[in-house]
Design a protein around this ligand. Structure first.
Ligand code: F6R
Length: 622
C-alpha cells in the first residue's frame, strides 16, 4: 500500500524514477507524485490517477532533468484523493520534500504544535508533519539531513517508511523505516536507489540492502549507502544479491498482470513444490520449518490467522491439516483475532498467512500470539518481509512476485503449501492414514500438470463470463473443500468485476440465501468428487434449477447424476469440465476456473483489471 521510489546518480534520474513508479503502481494508484532537486530549486509534480497519467503530464510540461529525486504512488488513508494530498509533501519553507508510507499515530498533536510554531499545512495528511519536523530540526542546528531526519523520526509514533530530500543538501536522499518495508540498492549502471518494494528496483539494482526497523540510511553519489551509526564496512557487508530478478517482473505477452499470474500458475506451482515433494519415496521436506517440526507436531492446537484471499486459502489449509494429520486447527480473521482474548500458550502454534508478508492485521495478530507464548510461524511469498522476519520459522510460497491486486497464484501456492504441511505433520506425528497421506503426496506432485489442464477451459469460461457479465448478482456454492474455493471465487468477482457476489456452503442455501434465486441468477457451483458430498451438492443444484436460477457447474464429469437420476448437464445452464482430482486439492486445481471467470467478467465490463477501484495490494494499515 503506497509505494516509494528514490534515486541519486551522476546521470539524470527522472526517467528511472517515473519507471519505478509505474512498477509500483499496484501498491496504490489513486495519486502519484515526484520531487526532484534542480539547481533553481525543488521541482514538484503531483497528479490524481495512476503513474502513467503523471508521466503524460511530465511529457507535456517537458521532462525536467535531475540527479536526485523521490516519488510516491498513493492509496489514501488520511485525507481524500486529491492533488494536494498526494505525496511528496513539502515543508512550510518548501525546502524539504518527503514521501511516506504508513500511518503516523500522533500526527494530530504534532500538527497542532507545529502550527502554533508558525508552520503552514497545505494538506489533510498525517505525512505533512514530517517535512515540517525535518525543517525545524535543520533550522535548529541539525548538522546534516541525516541528523534532521533522526530528530524528526524520534517524535513520530506509528509505522512508517520515509524518504527525504532537501534543496540545502544536494544529491542526498535520507530514508528511515519502522515496520513499513524499505530496500536500498546499488545500481549496476552507477548511483544508488531505494524503494518500498524490491520488485521496483529489480532491473536496476546489482545488490540490495534491506533496511531494519528504526534504521536510517543515507544515499549519496560519492559514497553510496551508509546506515546511521554503522561504519562503511558494516553497511557494505549487509549488501545482498537481489531475490527478485528482472524477468520475474516482466509482463511478457500478457495484457494484464492478473492474466499473467493466472496463466503461469503451472510454472509458479512447480516452483512451490520443487525439491520439497518426492513422490518416489512419498516424502515431503519443508526446510524452513524442520527445526520446529517436532514442536508443531506435538502442539495442543494450531490457529491460522490471515485476511482476504489468504484467509480462504487458510480455510482449505485447516481442513487439510485436520483431515490428514488429525490435529485441531482454527482459522481466524487476523483483524478480529488481534483484538480478541485468545486462549493461547506455549503449547500452541499460530500460523500467519500472507502473500505480501506486510499485512498489518496479520502482523498485529502474530504480535499478540507471541506475547501469549505461542510458537509463531509464517507462510508468505515475500522474502524478508515483516512477517517473514517476525516469525520463528516458516515456508515461502516461491510463486514469484504477485502484482495484480486480485491475488491468484498466491492462493493456489498457499493451498499447495498447506497440503505439503498437512502431509508432513501426518508423517511427523505418525497420525492419520499413511496410504491417504502418500496418495496426497502423489497428487501434489501432479498439481502443475492438472492446473495446466484446468487452464484449457479458458475459452468456455470466457464465453460464460460474457454471457453473464450484466447480471446484478452472482452466487457461489461449495461444500467441503469446495467451500473455500467458492468464497475465493466470490471475492475475485466482487473485487475486480464489481458484481455483488456471495458464497455459501451448499447446505446453507435452503436456510436463507435461496430467497435470492430468481430466473437467470447465475449460481456457480463447485461440484465435489467425493460421492457422498456430490449427492448433497447436486440436490442444491436441483433447488436452484427448479427456481429458475442458472447453474454454472464446475465438475469433473458432465454426466454425473444426482439421487433423482438427473445429470448435472440436465440441471445446469453451463458445465465447466475440469480434470479429476481428489477433493483435498480441488481448491488448487480448480482455482483457475473462478479466477478466469472473474477476469472474463471484469474484461467484458471494461473494468481496469489490475487496478480495481478503491483497492491496493498489501494493506499495511489496520
Ligand atoms: C484479494 C486480495 C486480498 C488479500 C488480503 C491479504 O484478491 O488480494 O484480499 O488477500 O489483503 O493480503 P496478504 O495475503 O498480502 O496478507
Amino acid at each position: 500500500m503506497c509505494g516509494i521510489f528514490g534515486r541519486v546518480s551522476t546521470k539524470d534520474v527522472v526517467p528511472s524514477v517515473v519507471a519505478g513508479l509505474r512498477q509500483l503502481d499496484y501498491r496504490g494508484y489513486d495519486s502519484v507524485g515526484v520531487a526532484f532537486l534542480r539547481p533553481e530549486g525543488m521541482y514538484l509534480l503531483r497528479n490524481v490517477g495512476p503513474a502513467v497519467d503523471l508521466e503524460r503530464r511530465l511529457q507535456l510540461k517537458g521532462f525536467p532533468t535531475s540527479t536526485c529525486g523521490i516519488g510516491h504512488t498513493r492509496w489514501a488513508t488520511h485525507g481524500g484523493v486529491s492533488e494536494r494530498n498526494a505525496h511528496p509533501h513539502l515543508s512550510s519553507n518548501e525546502r524539504v520534500a518527503v514521501v511516506h508510507n504508513g500511518t503516523i499515530e500522533n500526527y494530530q498533536r504534532l500538527r497542532t504544535e507545529l502550527i502554533a510554531l508558525g508552520h503552514v499545512f497545505r494538506s489533510d495528511t498525517d505525512t505533512e508533519v514530517i517535512p515540517n519536523l525535518v525543517q525545524r530540526a535543520l533550522e535548529h542546528g541539525a548538522a546534516s539531513l541525516e541528523d534532521a531526519v533522526a530528530e524528526a523520526t524520534s517524535h513520530i509514533h506509528g509505522a512508517y517508511a520515509v524518504a527525504v530530500i532537501s534543496i540545502d543538501h544536494p544529491n542526498v536522499i535520507v530514508a528511515a523505516r519502522n515496520s513499513s518495508p524499505l530496500v536500498a540498492g546499488m545500481c549496476t549502471d552507477g548511483g544508488v536507489l531505494l524503494a518500498s518494494d524490491e520488485a521496483a528496483i529489480a532491473d536496476l539494482a546489482g545488490s540490495i540492502l534491506r533496511l531494519g526497523d528504526n534504521e536510517i540510511i543515507t544515499l549519496r553519489i560519492q559514497d553510496g549507502l551508509t546506515i546511521r551509526g554503522q561504519d562503511k564496512r558494516a553497511t557494505l557487508a549487509r549488501l545482498q544479491q537481489p531475490s527478485v530478478r528482472a524477468e520475474d517482473v516482466a509482463l511478457g505477452d500478457f495484457e494484464t498482470r492478473m492474466a499473467q499470474e493466472i496463466f503461469t500458475q503451472p510454472l509458479s506451482l512447480a516452483a512451490t513444490i520443487r525439491s520439497r515433494v518426492n513422490p518416489k519415496d512419498h516424502s515431503v521436506r519443508l526446510g524452513g520449518i524442520e527445526r520446529v517440526l517436532q514442536r508443531v507436531s506435538d502442539c495442543r492446537g494450531i490457529t491460522i490467522v490471515a485476511c482476504g484471499t489468504s484467509y480462504y486459502a487458510a480455510l482449505a489449509g485447516a481442513r487439510l491439516i485436520e483431515s490428514l494429520a488429525r490435529m485441531p486447527v482454527h482459522v481466524k480473521e487476523a483483524s478480529e483475532f488481534a483484538y480478541s482474548d485468545p486462549i493461547l500458550g506455549y503449547q500452541d502454534v499460530v500460523i500467519g498467512v500472507s502473500q505480501s508478508g506486510e499485512t498489518m492485521d496479520v502482523i498485529k495478530a502474530l504480535e499478540l500470539a507471541k506475547v501469549r507464548g505461542a510458537l509463531v510461524l509464517g507462510i508468505t511469498n515475500t522474502n524478508a518481509s515483516a512477517i517473514a522476519r517476525m516469525v520463528s520459522a516458516g515456508v515461502y510460497l516461491r510463486v514469484g512476485p504477485e502484482f495484480a491486486v486480485a491475488s491468484t497464484k498466491a492462493f493456489s501456492g498457499q493451498v499447495t503449501v498447506f497440503a505439503m504441511l498437512a502431509a508432513l505433520l501426518a508423517e511427523a506425528g505418525k497420525r492419520g492414514v499413511p496410504t491417504k497421506t502418500w496418495s496426497l503426496i502423489d497428487d501434489i506432485s501432479r498439481i502443475p500438470e492438472l492446473v495446466d489442464e484446468t487452464l484449457l477451459t479458458h475459452e468456455t469460461v470466457t464465453r460464460i463470463a460474457r454471457t453473464y457479465a450484466h447480471c446484478k448478482r452472482m452466487l457461489f456454492l461449495g461444500k467441503g473443500y469446495g467451500l473455500p474455493l467458492a468464497l475465493e471465487g466470490a471475492l475475485k468477482v466482487t473485487e475486480i468485476a464489481y458484481i455483488d457476489a456471495t458464497a455459501y456452503g451448499a447446505g446453507q442455501l435452503k436456510h436463507g440465501p435461496i430467497a435470492l434465486i430468481e430466473p437467470g441468477v447465475p449460481v456457480v457451483v463447485i461440484v465435489p468428487n467425493d460421492a457422498t458430498l456430490r449427492t448433497k451438492v447436486l440436490s442444491s443444484v436441483h433447488e436452484v434449477y427448479s427456481r429458475g436460477g442458472s447453474v454454472i457447474a464446475v465438475a469433473s464429469d458432465a454426466v454425473m447424476a444426482g439421487e433423482d437420476g438427473q445429470t448435472i448437464t440436465d440441471t445446469s445452464a453451463e458445465v465447466i469440465v475440469v480434470p479429476y482430482v481428489k477433493d483435498e486439492l480441488a481448491p488448487v486445481v480448480y482455482a483457475p476456473v473462478v479466477q478466469m471467470l472473474a477476469l472474463g467478467l471484469a474484461e467484458a465490463l471494461g473494468r481496469n483489471v489490475d487496478q480495481p477501484r478503491n483497492l491496493a495490494k498489501s494493506v499495511t494499515v489496520e
